[in-house]
Design a protein around this ligand. Structure first.
Ligand SMILES: [Fe+2]
Ligand SMILES: [Fe+2]
Length: 191
């Protein structure tokens, strides 16, 4: 299964080398975090390789995939750049027959996270945020925290994203505030 997944990922992004570099960074970072958190290597590898698999499909294709497996409301809170997480989870279910709920949730919430994430979900969420090819300084900041205090790292990442989008007057999903509130209440506030 893993060999097929790797082949598919390489083929899918044959013309998008930057995406491949990002995916390799996510895989490497997720493995490091997974070892620290003592979580299953095979599950995190599947999630890390496939988390962006639908990144380059059309908006129409995202919506069709999402509607096959999720209620209509799942779409209403999301902006188009966020569709790919849920559509990737749907894709993985449809084309690989993967039905492990935690793997699907990890892929489906890798962009904005989720309250009460399991360790596997947190590892994918953070690996996507901090992998070494991410150019912004906050990625380095969160990386330094991630290996010490994973909940604080999740809070710092989501808090920074929300404040960044607020400054840019972008739409912020209500779900993102719920995630921030949850991890803030866990005593994970920084400063
Ligand atoms: Fe993504
Ligand atoms: Fe990603």
């Amino acid at each position: 299964m893993l060999d097929r997944i790797r082949r598919d990922v390489w083929e899918t992004f044959a013309n998008d080398p930057e995406r491949l570099v990002h995916i390799k960074g996510v895989v490497a970072t997720a493995l490091l975090l997974a070892r620290k958190m003592r979580i299953d290597r095979r599950r995190i590898l599947i999630a890390a390789y496939l988390h962006d698999i639908t990144k380059n499909i059309s908006e129409k294709a995202h919506k069709a995939l999402i509607r096959e497996y999720y209620p209509e409301e799942a779409l209403s809170d999301l902006t188009p750049p966020l569709y790919h997480a849920l559509s990737a989870a749907a894709y993985v279910r449809k084309f690989y027959g993967i039905d492990d709920a935690e793997t699907l949730r990890a892929i489906g919430s890798h962009t904005i996270g989720r309250p009460r994430m399991t360790p596997l979900e947190k590892v994918l969420f953070l690996a996507d945020y901090i992998e070494p090819n991410r150019p912004y300084p906050i990625a380095r900041e969160v990386r330094a925290i991630a290996f010490e205090d994973i909940d604080k790292a999740v809070f710092t990442a989501i808090d920074h994203s929300i404040r960044h989008f607020e400054k840019e007057d972008g739409h912020i999903p209500k779900a993102a505030y719920a995630v921030r509130d949850y991890y803030a209440a866990k005593g994970a506030c920084h400063g």
